[in-house]
Ligand binder design. Structure first.
Ligand code: SF4
Length: 289
Protein backbone atom coordinates (compact mmCIF):
# COMPACT_ATOMS: atom_id res chain seq x y z
CA UNK A 1 0.00 0.00 0.00
CA UNK A 2 1.22 3.47 -0.81
CA UNK A 3 2.02 5.85 1.96
CA UNK A 4 -0.01 8.52 0.23
CA UNK A 5 3.01 10.73 -0.23
CA UNK A 6 5.06 9.09 -2.92
CA UNK A 7 2.07 8.21 -5.08
CA UNK A 8 3.30 4.64 -5.55
CA UNK A 9 0.39 2.27 -5.36
CA UNK A 10 -0.25 -1.41 -5.64
CA UNK A 11 -3.30 -2.52 -7.53
CA UNK A 12 -4.90 -5.84 -6.92
CA UNK A 13 -4.29 -8.41 -8.27
CA UNK A 14 -0.63 -7.73 -7.71
CA UNK A 15 0.81 -10.20 -10.20
CA UNK A 16 0.36 -10.85 -13.89
CA UNK A 17 1.00 -8.77 -16.92
CA UNK A 18 -2.53 -7.64 -17.54
CA UNK A 19 -4.91 -5.77 -15.32
CA UNK A 20 -8.64 -6.06 -15.43
CA UNK A 21 -10.64 -2.87 -15.16
CA UNK A 22 -13.45 -4.20 -13.07
CA UNK A 23 -13.38 -5.17 -9.43
CA UNK A 24 -16.59 -3.71 -8.14
CA UNK A 25 -18.43 -0.45 -8.41
CA UNK A 26 -21.75 1.31 -8.82
CA UNK A 27 -23.19 3.32 -11.63
CA UNK A 28 -20.68 2.10 -14.14
CA UNK A 29 -21.78 2.20 -17.76
CA UNK A 30 -19.12 -0.04 -19.15
CA UNK A 31 -15.95 -1.65 -17.98
CA UNK A 32 -12.46 -0.78 -19.05
CA UNK A 33 -10.98 -3.54 -21.13
CA UNK A 34 -7.85 -5.28 -20.04
CA UNK A 35 -4.69 -3.24 -20.39
CA UNK A 36 -1.08 -4.05 -19.71
CA UNK A 37 0.57 -3.02 -16.48
CA UNK A 38 2.97 -0.51 -18.09
CA UNK A 39 0.00 1.05 -19.91
CA UNK A 40 -1.88 1.30 -16.66
CA UNK A 41 1.04 2.89 -14.83
CA UNK A 42 1.38 5.51 -17.53
CA UNK A 43 -2.39 6.15 -17.56
CA UNK A 44 -2.40 6.61 -13.80
CA UNK A 45 0.50 9.03 -14.03
CA UNK A 46 -1.24 11.18 -16.60
CA UNK A 47 -4.62 10.85 -14.92
CA UNK A 48 -6.19 9.06 -17.90
CA UNK A 49 -7.30 6.27 -15.61
CA UNK A 50 -7.98 5.97 -11.89
CA UNK A 51 -9.47 3.50 -9.47
CA UNK A 52 -12.93 4.78 -8.57
CA UNK A 53 -14.52 3.09 -5.58
CA UNK A 54 -18.17 3.97 -6.13
CA UNK A 55 -20.75 6.63 -6.98
CA UNK A 56 -23.76 8.08 -5.27
CA UNK A 57 -26.41 10.65 -6.12
CA UNK A 58 -27.25 12.45 -2.89
CA UNK A 59 -29.12 15.49 -1.73
CA UNK A 60 -28.42 17.69 1.27
CA UNK A 61 -25.04 16.13 2.10
CA UNK A 62 -21.55 16.54 0.65
CA UNK A 63 -22.29 20.08 -0.51
CA UNK A 64 -25.25 22.17 -1.69
CA UNK A 65 -28.12 20.82 -3.82
CA UNK A 66 -28.14 17.41 -5.46
CA UNK A 67 -24.61 16.05 -5.68
CA UNK A 68 -23.06 13.38 -7.80
CA UNK A 69 -20.50 12.06 -5.35
CA UNK A 70 -17.58 10.12 -6.76
CA UNK A 71 -15.72 8.11 -4.12
CA UNK A 72 -12.08 7.58 -5.03
CA UNK A 73 -10.02 4.65 -3.78
CA UNK A 74 -6.95 5.22 -1.65
CA UNK A 75 -6.37 7.20 1.54
CA UNK A 76 -3.20 7.93 3.52
CA UNK A 77 -5.10 8.20 6.81
CA UNK A 78 -6.32 5.36 9.02
CA UNK A 79 -9.11 6.97 11.00
CA UNK A 80 -10.41 4.78 13.78
CA UNK A 81 -13.98 5.70 12.96
CA UNK A 82 -13.74 5.44 9.16
CA UNK A 83 -16.97 4.04 7.79
CA UNK A 84 -15.45 3.33 4.37
CA UNK A 85 -12.35 1.31 5.36
CA UNK A 86 -12.53 -0.50 2.03
CA UNK A 87 -11.47 2.75 0.35
CA UNK A 88 -8.20 2.99 2.32
CA UNK A 89 -6.26 0.54 0.21
CA UNK A 90 -6.09 0.78 -3.57
CA UNK A 91 -7.79 -2.55 -3.94
CA UNK A 92 -11.49 -2.00 -4.38
CA UNK A 93 -13.19 -0.18 -7.18
CA UNK A 94 -13.39 0.14 -10.92
CA UNK A 95 -10.66 1.41 -13.21
CA UNK A 96 -12.27 4.25 -15.10
CA UNK A 97 -11.16 6.58 -17.85
CA UNK A 98 -11.30 10.28 -17.23
CA UNK A 99 -13.30 11.00 -20.41
CA UNK A 100 -16.01 8.49 -19.47
CA UNK A 101 -16.28 9.92 -15.98
CA UNK A 102 -16.58 13.49 -17.23
CA UNK A 103 -19.21 12.50 -19.81
CA UNK A 104 -21.25 10.76 -17.13
CA UNK A 105 -21.10 13.74 -14.78
CA UNK A 106 -22.08 16.20 -17.50
CA UNK A 107 -25.23 14.23 -18.16
CA UNK A 108 -26.52 15.36 -14.79
CA UNK A 109 -26.08 19.02 -15.52
CA UNK A 110 -29.83 19.78 -15.71
CA UNK A 111 -30.31 18.22 -12.26
CA UNK A 112 -27.38 20.17 -10.86
CA UNK A 113 -28.73 23.38 -12.34
CA UNK A 114 -32.24 22.81 -11.01
CA UNK A 115 -31.05 21.94 -7.49
CA UNK A 116 -28.01 24.19 -7.15
CA UNK A 117 -25.89 21.04 -6.88
CA UNK A 118 -22.86 19.64 -8.63
CA UNK A 119 -19.98 17.20 -8.38
CA UNK A 120 -18.35 16.15 -5.10
CA UNK A 121 -15.15 14.11 -5.22
CA UNK A 122 -14.78 12.16 -2.00
CA UNK A 123 -13.14 8.94 -0.94
CA UNK A 124 -11.02 7.63 0.44
CA UNK A 125 -9.06 10.76 -0.25
CA UNK A 126 -9.84 12.68 -3.45
CA UNK A 127 -6.27 14.00 -3.69
CA UNK A 128 -4.66 10.56 -3.47
CA UNK A 129 -4.96 9.95 -7.24
CA UNK A 130 -4.26 13.58 -7.89
CA UNK A 131 -3.64 13.55 -11.66
CA UNK A 132 -7.08 12.10 -12.36
CA UNK A 133 -8.88 14.27 -9.81
CA UNK A 134 -7.19 17.36 -11.22
CA UNK A 135 -8.40 16.60 -14.73
CA UNK A 136 -11.96 15.78 -13.69
CA UNK A 137 -12.19 19.00 -11.69
CA UNK A 138 -10.96 21.09 -14.58
CA UNK A 139 -13.23 19.60 -17.21
CA UNK A 140 -16.31 19.56 -15.03
CA UNK A 141 -15.71 23.07 -13.77
CA UNK A 142 -15.10 24.32 -17.30
CA UNK A 143 -18.51 22.87 -18.19
CA UNK A 144 -20.08 25.23 -15.67
CA UNK A 145 -20.75 22.61 -12.98
CA UNK A 146 -20.21 23.37 -9.28
CA UNK A 147 -17.32 21.33 -7.87
CA UNK A 148 -16.48 20.23 -4.35
CA UNK A 149 -13.80 18.05 -2.82
CA UNK A 150 -14.35 16.22 0.45
CA UNK A 151 -10.88 15.93 1.98
CA UNK A 152 -8.92 15.53 5.20
CA UNK A 153 -6.57 18.22 3.91
CA UNK A 154 -3.57 15.97 4.52
CA UNK A 155 -2.60 16.02 0.84
CA UNK A 156 -3.68 19.62 0.22
CA UNK A 157 -0.19 20.59 -0.92
CA UNK A 158 -0.72 18.41 -4.00
CA UNK A 159 -3.18 20.97 -5.34
CA UNK A 160 -1.65 23.70 -7.45
CA UNK A 161 -3.10 27.18 -7.35
CA UNK A 162 -4.74 26.63 -10.74
CA UNK A 163 -6.36 23.44 -9.41
CA UNK A 164 -7.94 25.47 -6.64
CA UNK A 165 -9.49 27.71 -9.29
CA UNK A 166 -11.43 24.64 -10.44
CA UNK A 167 -12.85 23.92 -6.99
CA UNK A 168 -15.85 25.94 -5.79
CA UNK A 169 -16.11 24.51 -2.30
CA UNK A 170 -13.82 22.49 -0.02
CA UNK A 171 -15.31 20.17 2.59
CA UNK A 172 -12.51 19.62 5.08
CA UNK A 173 -12.35 17.40 8.13
CA UNK A 174 -10.55 18.68 11.18
CA UNK A 175 -10.35 15.39 13.00
CA UNK A 176 -8.75 16.74 16.16
CA UNK A 177 -7.17 19.89 17.49
CA UNK A 178 -3.74 18.79 18.68
CA UNK A 179 -1.02 16.61 17.20
CA UNK A 180 -1.24 13.83 19.75
CA UNK A 181 -4.99 13.30 19.49
CA UNK A 182 -4.90 13.71 15.73
CA UNK A 183 -2.31 10.96 15.45
CA UNK A 184 -4.29 8.70 17.74
CA UNK A 185 -7.37 9.20 15.56
CA UNK A 186 -5.75 9.05 12.09
CA UNK A 187 -2.15 7.74 12.49
CA UNK A 188 -1.02 10.86 10.58
CA UNK A 189 -0.01 14.43 11.40
CA UNK A 190 -2.31 17.41 11.85
CA UNK A 191 0.04 20.04 10.44
CA UNK A 192 -0.65 19.46 6.70
CA UNK A 193 -4.35 20.07 7.32
CA UNK A 194 -3.56 23.29 9.18
CA UNK A 195 -1.31 24.44 6.34
CA UNK A 196 -3.97 23.68 3.76
CA UNK A 197 -6.64 25.43 5.82
CA UNK A 198 -4.40 28.51 6.10
CA UNK A 199 -3.85 28.50 2.36
CA UNK A 200 -7.59 28.26 1.64
CA UNK A 201 -8.13 31.09 4.07
CA UNK A 202 -5.56 33.29 2.34
CA UNK A 203 -7.30 32.94 -1.01
CA UNK A 204 -10.80 33.18 0.46
CA UNK A 205 -11.93 29.76 -0.80
CA UNK A 206 -15.36 28.73 0.57
CA UNK A 207 -14.92 25.91 3.09
CA UNK A 208 -17.23 23.71 5.14
CA UNK A 209 -15.55 22.12 8.13
CA UNK A 210 -16.49 18.74 9.56
CA UNK A 211 -15.66 17.43 13.00
CA UNK A 212 -16.69 13.95 14.12
CA UNK A 213 -17.49 13.72 17.81
CA UNK A 214 -16.35 10.35 19.15
CA UNK A 215 -16.89 9.67 22.87
CA UNK A 216 -13.60 8.85 24.55
CA UNK A 217 -11.55 9.80 21.49
CA UNK A 218 -12.28 13.33 20.24
CA UNK A 219 -14.80 14.66 22.77
CA UNK A 220 -12.59 16.07 25.55
CA UNK A 221 -13.38 19.71 26.31
CA UNK A 222 -9.77 20.59 25.51
CA UNK A 223 -9.83 18.90 22.10
CA UNK A 224 -13.13 20.49 21.15
CA UNK A 225 -11.83 23.90 22.18
CA UNK A 226 -8.65 23.36 20.16
CA UNK A 227 -10.60 22.40 17.04
CA UNK A 228 -12.92 25.38 17.47
CA UNK A 229 -9.94 27.74 17.86
CA UNK A 230 -8.35 26.40 14.68
CA UNK A 231 -11.56 26.89 12.73
CA UNK A 232 -12.07 30.33 14.25
CA UNK A 233 -8.93 31.60 12.60
CA UNK A 234 -10.44 30.65 9.22
CA UNK A 235 -13.73 32.34 10.04
CA UNK A 236 -13.63 34.65 7.04
CA UNK A 237 -13.96 31.79 4.54
CA UNK A 238 -15.60 29.00 6.58
CA UNK A 239 -19.25 29.04 5.62
CA UNK A 240 -20.36 26.35 8.02
CA UNK A 241 -19.22 23.82 10.58
CA UNK A 242 -20.81 20.40 10.80
CA UNK A 243 -20.42 18.52 14.08
CA UNK A 244 -21.17 14.92 13.22
CA UNK A 245 -21.98 12.39 15.94
CA UNK A 246 -19.99 9.19 15.72
CA UNK A 247 -21.91 6.07 14.72
CA UNK A 248 -20.50 2.59 14.44
CA UNK A 249 -22.18 1.62 11.20
CA UNK A 250 -18.73 0.94 9.72
CA UNK A 251 -18.10 -1.89 12.20
CA UNK A 252 -19.22 -4.71 9.91
CA UNK A 253 -17.04 -3.43 7.08
CA UNK A 254 -13.95 -3.41 9.31
CA UNK A 255 -14.64 -6.93 10.47
CA UNK A 256 -15.38 -8.06 6.92
CA UNK A 257 -11.94 -6.79 5.89
CA UNK A 258 -10.31 -8.56 8.83
CA UNK A 259 -9.22 -5.24 10.27
CA UNK A 260 -9.32 -4.48 13.98
CA UNK A 261 -12.09 -2.05 14.82
CA UNK A 262 -11.20 -0.26 18.03
CA UNK A 263 -14.53 1.47 18.53
CA UNK A 264 -16.76 -1.61 18.73
CA UNK A 265 -17.82 -0.73 22.27
CA UNK A 266 -18.06 3.03 21.73
CA UNK A 267 -21.60 4.39 21.80
CA UNK A 268 -22.76 7.41 19.80
CA UNK A 269 -22.63 10.66 21.79
CA UNK A 270 -25.85 11.85 23.47
CA UNK A 271 -27.72 14.47 21.44
CA UNK A 272 -27.34 17.01 24.26
CA UNK A 273 -23.57 16.49 24.26
CA UNK A 274 -23.42 17.03 20.50
CA UNK A 275 -25.39 20.23 20.95
CA UNK A 276 -22.97 21.44 23.65
CA UNK A 277 -20.07 20.93 21.27
CA UNK A 278 -21.92 22.82 18.55
CA UNK A 279 -22.34 25.66 21.03
CA UNK A 280 -18.56 25.85 21.48
CA UNK A 281 -18.25 26.59 17.75
CA UNK A 282 -21.25 28.92 17.79
CA UNK A 283 -19.63 30.90 20.62
CA UNK A 284 -16.84 31.72 18.18
CA UNK A 285 -19.30 33.19 15.73
CA UNK A 286 -19.34 30.20 13.38
CA UNK A 287 -22.39 28.92 11.51
CA UNK A 288 -22.98 25.43 12.89
CA UNK A 289 -25.07 22.46 11.71
S1 SF4 B 1 -9.73 10.31 5.86
FE1 SF4 B 1 -11.79 9.52 5.46
S2 SF4 B 1 -11.51 7.77 4.11
FE2 SF4 B 1 -9.51 8.25 4.98
S3 SF4 B 1 -9.37 6.89 6.76
FE3 SF4 B 1 -10.16 8.86 7.46
S4 SF4 B 1 -12.40 8.65 7.44
FE4 SF4 B 1 -11.53 6.97 6.17
Amino acid sequence: MADGITGVVTLSPESGERVRGVAAGLGVDHALDEITRPELMEARRTGDIALVHSWELVTAVDGPGTRMTMFMSGCPLRCQYCHNPDTMEMKTGTLERVDDVVTRIKRYKPIFRASGGGLTISGGEPLFQIAFTRRVLKEVHDAGIHTTIDTSGFLGSRLRDEDLDNIDLVLMDVKSGDEETYQRVTRRQLQPTLDFGDRLNRIGKPVWIRFVLVPGLTDSAENVENVASIVERWKSNVERVEVLPFHNMGKDKWEGLDMTYHLADTKPPRPEDVEKVRDVFRAKGLEVY
